[in-house]
Design a protein around this ligand. Sequence first.
Ligand code: TYM
Length: 350
Amino acid sequence: MEFPEQPTSPERVFSGVQSTGNLHLGNYLGAIVKFVELQNNYDCLYCVVDLHAITVPQDPIALRNNTREIAAAFIACGIDPKKNIIFNQSQVPEHAELAWVLNCVARIGWLNRMTQFKDKAGKDRENASMGLLDYPVLMAADILLYRATHVPVGEDQKQHLELARDIAQKFNNDFAQSIVRNGYDGGVFFPLPEPLISGPATRVMSLRDGSKKMSKSDASEYSRINLSDDADQIAQKIRKAKTDPEPLPSEEKGLEARPEANNLVGIFAALSGRAKSEVLKEYGGANFSTFKNALVDLSVAKLSPITAQMRRIREDDGYIDQVLRDGSDRARAIARENMNAVKDIVGFLR
Ligand code: TYM
């Protein structure tokens, strides 16, 4: 029997952001800034993950609004929707379809170890949605559906990325013979996706508590800078940010037991495209009021144009919907082809 020879898959970037409100500085510095950089060197797909959003209850009107808000943020931050694929997950049904197949590959024990599930489900785990437990399998499906090779994310997604690699590996092993029969070189169908987690702001912390991650769901507005904040709000939040009584150290080592100082210096470094050590060379010995003034100026200079652009884009929801429809069509063309291959490998008739 002649086996078809399949082309090896290209290097490809995939990442996603949930369509829940309050896109913040952590999302921007930990993920979206990287998305923008990567578009110069890779084929990139950037997805608004609305299927993930409904793992906790969402108001339908707010959900639609938030999906558009994230898409607008992608474009306002500099992602070119023509060069890259910007889309929302629910318009490409193959995400859910592949997730089902991968559910049968992933092990319950693997999912039970996910720290994000434990955090989000809290004490009342029995009452969490099935989707919340299954969340990382859908995330693996997002990535593997496009046979993506690189995934830019913040530090908090590292464990989910490791799981995605484990699932890819187990699929490749479980179906090794069938993968070879279907013409894939070396019996590998899914590449093991490489997490891209680097720079001074992979884990931006709350402005109120340097031991807690900056998050969309924190009840305190003062804990985070939202991409929708105006200059006054940014200034107020930074001025109120928790600090300690010491002046800034001159070297990075001096930040070790000072989580709030470390966080603000990390934010400064990431916004200015410098290393923390360089920032400390300039501000070592300065007190926080001086440093905070400089951080306010820098943050406003960097974020205000994005906020303004987001507002302009949001005035034309028809345009955003068109970008997402067009992106979904382009994503679907890749998704369908890979899903057909998965069906052949697994043994489904089509
Ligand atoms: P989400 O929507 O919670 O966050 C979007 C991105 O922002 C990063 N991030 C942070 N980075 C630094 N500091 C912080 N405080 C901070 N908070 C959030 C996240 O790491 C993420 O990169 N599960 C994902 C969405 C997802 C996905 C995917 C990502 C679904 N499918 C496939 C990559 C590939 C999430 O909830 O991100």
